[in-house]
Design a protein around this ligand. Sequence first.
Ligand code: 6GU
Length: 245
Amino acid sequence: PAMWIGVVSLFPEMFDALTQQGVIGRAVEKQRIALEFWNPRDYATDRHRSVDDRPYGGGPGMLMKVDTLRAAIFAARERAQQATGLVPTVIYLSPQGRKLDQQGVQALASAGPLVVVAGRYEGIDERVVESDIDEEWSIGDYVLSGGELPAMVLIDAAARLIPGVLGHQDSAVEDSFNDGLLDCPHYTRPEIIDGRQVPDVLLSGNHAAIKRWRLKQSLGRTWQRRPDLLEGRPLDAEQRKLLNE
Ligand code: 6GU
């Protein structure tokens, strides 16, 4: 496989949504992406197979139980090394992490094997972060009930950058954000919806004009909706040429 990812999660079934549908599902099926799972519950030895524990200092909520969590991380790390010959980067998803953007996704996609730890409850013991986690990432400033959805977001975003995962049809080269801009508007049949025509230029067959129109739309939308993305970011050579034509 071009990408190896181990996932530590109490709810591995949630990842069926990622691995059994769409382009990522196909890439897993074709073994371009290897995804393996480690469930801390499988390492529990007590009668109740507990995977949570109480926080020192009291207060509401529980933390992930340290020994079962670490056993799962260690097993995943060992397997990553056995499967790839490389030491994996161990990633923990939490709202306290560095905020993920397309640049971060690109870095993770080319970082070699990953072990992704999805937390539950109020999170994990800080000493486990210090000793067993290499990087802590967040997917945005809002709170989710667990790390599984963020893990799937990270894996989807990274996997689709691996050559051959997307078909030529929906190549990542043309993506919104690939050039740091928002995407242009898109149109399909019918040519008129409730009296609103598809922009003429898209029907013109003039490929240079279409490319120029799309860049202008991308720039305009980015300026209107996300001016923060334009700060300190000059146009590249191709974009300057296109706009001056
Ligand atoms: Cl990585 N985890 C949780 N639980 N909530 C989040 C998040 C991560 N990123 C944004 N919100």
